[in-house]
Design a protein. Structure first.
Length: 771
């Protein structure tokens, strides 16, 4: 353990206490916390080609392969009443490797849950939250402004996310078993900075003096321990943007939080493997497949059924599988680690700060410009300009902190489960300020700085450069641009209105008015689901106000130790929320605070009402329902028409193979290229497009690395735009501690032929030696 060398006696004591706590918890007899806990996880990668990525709104940033896969990770906590065995209360939290939650997705998931489980799960007790990766397929939101660069709605993206959430909730539901929950928190200093410090500085100096940093450094972690199996999950919240991958990245990625989750799940699985509690090696493809399918464990087999029962019978004889599913040797639930988003608004993972591309010096402090231009001012990650390395470093820092908190988590949650939720029309809320003044919110609008973007990705939604030239969707909606009314201009001041999104309804609503707010409670832990990106100080004010209310209204049930955490980008999306003072400065975050200068005050007022209702055990009245816009969506991304190869070549043939008799070692890069087909034909969900296999002692090829591994990149491309031909490049950077032996690389794909039939194919390289 890396921190053992720290020779502080106090620290030793804490460490020993922590170790005793964690070993005690994993061997604990069925405990008396009374909770049932379940975790689940499912692939939501979606279309790995052609679809514009959500986040930077860069029309040129279309997916073209996979860095790591995206997942929906879920925990459910249910409370067993002491007098009645039937479960009384439960909450569901889903963390998505996606840029944000979407009202359309939330609506659809809730509908599916209702069909499956009746009233057990509803908008009241289900939270669906996005990690804010900027490297996932877009087109899954229902409001116009959020689907302009994806050329409208993308059904394939939407379905992958909805299906994955549903599957991860089903897993967690089926896994519900007695267990306990521990909470821990600590500071992580080197993984985030403030990207709009000039706005932060406009907050009152007295308030700023209460805090050491201009971003929140605290990570809060929940550790889920099954009474029989030991730890089954860890979810933590830490505020940092998913912008370690830049706006030029084309590979689908969970960004820093996705990497952290991947590292922590592997860390835990490896621990089990070392203890011999997990089955990871020496298997034969056919054996594994039949043993898994014959298991009564429905959850495990469901991963494979799709392949074995493919109705067209055209699946390849060898089934590409995700290497991680090979860990599924027992009925033990898979360990799920999730890195969730918090008050992310003004944070950046680009910790070296924003520097001018032309001069190499720091950008203008107040405007983030270089010689007056924003596009030259770029935030630098720790390994700039290597996005992949920066992503891994920021992910690794979160992972290491999470492990430390996980190992030291001794504070057990106990007490009741509760939740309150309400929809509100943010375009016209009356707000009573503490000063006694009555103010109100405004219809949504974005200001001019919105078009300038941020130092993480300058020029987001860059209308000025007129990407409507190549964007049919933009042309259709462009006609809807309308000048704001006088009252709106006044209400939004000092924001100069660029697009009056809240009052634009053609072809359908441009921005939300009705949004959900929600509080989930497990004992002394309280989660605030906000449908936006709160800035650091906005988040602090909201947390403090809610905590104050809980303590004041509950008669002793809540106290200063109550943990209040913001779950950002949850259940729906409405851009940013700054403080009133930050709004005055009108940086990108202020320009993107939709409902005017009093947006935060409105949130605080309404959350305090929810908190009071929760504390006093009262109901909240029903609010308005958010619109269902799914049926109105325009989808303009053309489908795959046809895949082809040059004459004399077939799908899966090598364009660049490894040389004969070649050999490699740790740190070397093996790069091979196949004739391929569009990855949109089959998403290979819970499977892989690329596989590194090793020859074992019995002369069987066994999977070693797949397209969800950090060392393996699956890159796809066409020789020119609209060409039916395409190729896949697989890049394997041989990792440390690789098992020496004979290896080969395979590519799995699906090609669309004339008359629309899709046929699967495999390509396989020559074998090579790794020593
Ligand atoms: C337990 O609760 C369920 C659901 O509320 C109810 O239908 C059932 O009658 C209760 N059983 C007992 C023994 O009270
Ligand atoms: C930023 O703006 C503030 C307020 O206008 C001003 O006082 C300050 O000098 C500016 N800082 C820089 C570095 O330009
Ligand atoms: C590869 O190795 C084999 C066996 O040692 C040998 O027969 C063959 O000629 C080698 N091929 C090349 C291209 O070096």
């Amino acid at each position: 353990m890396a921190y053992l060398h720290m020779a502080s006696c106090l620290f030793c004591f804490v460490l020993i206490a922590g170790l005793m706590g964690s070993s005690a918890s994993s061997t604990a007899s069925p405990d008396s916390s009374g909770y049932l806990i379940g975790t689940g996880s499912y692939d939501i990668t979606g279309p790995a080609a052609d679809v514009n990525m959500m986040g930077y709104a860069n029309p040129l940033q279309n997916a073209a392969g996979i860095h790591i896969r995206l997942r929906a990770r879920t925990f459910i906590v249910a409370e067993k009443s002491s007098t009645n065995e039937s479960i009384q209360n439960r909450i569901v939290f889903v963390n998505l490797d996606a840029c944000m939650a979407s009202q359309a997705v939330t609506n659809k998931v809730l509908q599916r849950l209702k069909n499956r489980y009746g009233d057990m799960y509803s908008e009241k007790n289900v939270a669906i939250s996005g990690t804010h990766t900027h490297s996932g397929p877009g087109g899954y939101l229902q409001y116009v402004l959020y689907i302009i660069t994806s050329m409208g709605f993308v059904r394939r993206s939407f379905d992958a996310i909805v299906d994955g959430i549903e599957n991860s909730i089903i897993q967690a539901h089926d896994n519900l078993r007695p267990g306990s929950i521990f909470v821990n928190h600590g500071d992580l200093l080197d993984a985030n900075i403030n990207r709009s410090p000039s706005a932060y500085l406009n907050n009152p100096s007295k308030e700023r003096a209460l805090y050491q940093y201009n971003v929140d450094k605290q990570m809060t972690l929940l550790k889920f321990v099954d009474s029989e199996w030991g730890p089954v999950g860890a979810f933590n919240w830490f505020a940092v943007h998913g912008t370690s991958m830049s706006r030029d990245n084309k590979l689908i990625s969970g960004d820093n939080k996705g990497v952290a989750a991947r590292l922590m799940e592997d860390w835990y699985d490896n621990q089990l493997a070392e203890k011999g509690e997990w089955f990871i090696d020496s298997f034969d493809t056919a054996d594994i497949l039949s043993s898994v399918i014959s298991k009564s464990d429905k959850r495990a087999s469901s991963r494979f059924v799709r392949f074995s029962s493919a109705s067209d019978g055209k699946r390849p004889e060898v089934i590409p599988r995700r290497v991680r599913s090979l860990f599924q040797g027992t009925s033990r639930p898979r360990f799920v680690a999730a890195f969730c988003q918090s008050n992310v608004g003004d944070t950046s993972p680009n910790v070296q700060g924003a520097v001018c591309l032309d001069t190499g010096i720091a950008c203008d402090f107040n405007h983030s410009t270089c010689s007056g231009r924003s596009e030259l001012c770029i935030g630098r990650g720790p390994a700039y300009p290597d996005d992949f390395a920066s992503t891994t470093i920021i992910g690794d820092r979160q992972f290491k902190k999470a492990v430390q908190l996980f190992d030291g988590a001794t504070k057990q949650l106990s007490g009741t489960i509760g939740y309150r939720q309400k929809h509100l029309d943010f375009s016209k809320l009356e707000v009573d300020l503490p000063s006694g003044e009555k103010v109100h919110t405004c219809p949504a609008a974005v200001g001019f700085s919105f078009a300038a973007g941020t130092t993480d990705g300058p020029g987001a939604f860059d209308f000025k450069q007129g990407d409507h030239q190549g964007n049919t969707f933009w042309r259709i909606v462009g006609a809807a641009l309308k000048p704001p009314a006088k009252s709106q201009i006044k209400c939004q001041q000092p924001k100069p209105v660029l697009i009056d999104t809240g009052e634009m309804t053609k072809p359908y609503s441009w921005a939300p008015s009705i949004l959900p707010i929600q509080i989930l409670r497990v004992g002394q832990m309280v989660l605030l689901s906000v449908p936006a990106e709160f800035t650091t100080m906005a988040g602090r004010r909201l947390r403090d106000a809610v905590k104050e209310t809980l303590i004041a209204e509950s008669g002793g049930e809540f106290n200063k130790d109550t943990v209040v955490v913001i779950a950002g980008l949850t259940n729906a999306y409405s851009q940013y929320v700054t403080t009133y003072e930050e709004y005055e400065i009108q940086r990108y975050e202020g320009a993107s605070t939709l409902y005017g200068p009093h947006t935060l005050s409105a949130y605080i007022q309404e959350f305090q009402k929810l908190a009071a209702a929760l504390a006093k055990g009262e109901d909240v009245e029903e609010g308005p329902s958010p619109p269902l816009l799914l049926d109105k969506q325009l989808e303009l991304l053309p489908p795959v028409v046809l895949d082809s190869t040059p004459s004399g070549s077939s799908f899966g043939d090598l364009i660049e193979d490894v040389p004969s008799n070649s050999s490699y070692t740790e740190g070397d890069i093996v790069k091979v290229k196949f004739w391929s087909a569009c990855p949109r034909n089959d998403l290979f969900t819970e499977s892989t497009f690329a596989l590194v296999e090793r020859l074992d002692n019995d002369e069987n090829w066994v999977p070693a690395y797949d397209d969800d591994d950090l060392c393996l990149r699956f890159m796809w491309g066409r020789p020119f735009l609209k060409s039916p031909q395409s190729f896949a490049t697989i890049r394997w950077e041989i990792p440390d501690r690789v098992v020496p032996g004979v290896y080969r690389i395979r590519h799995f794909g699906a090609a669309k032929h004339f008359f629309g039939s899709v046929r699967h194919f495999i390509g396989t390289t020559k074998s090579f030696v790794v020593y």
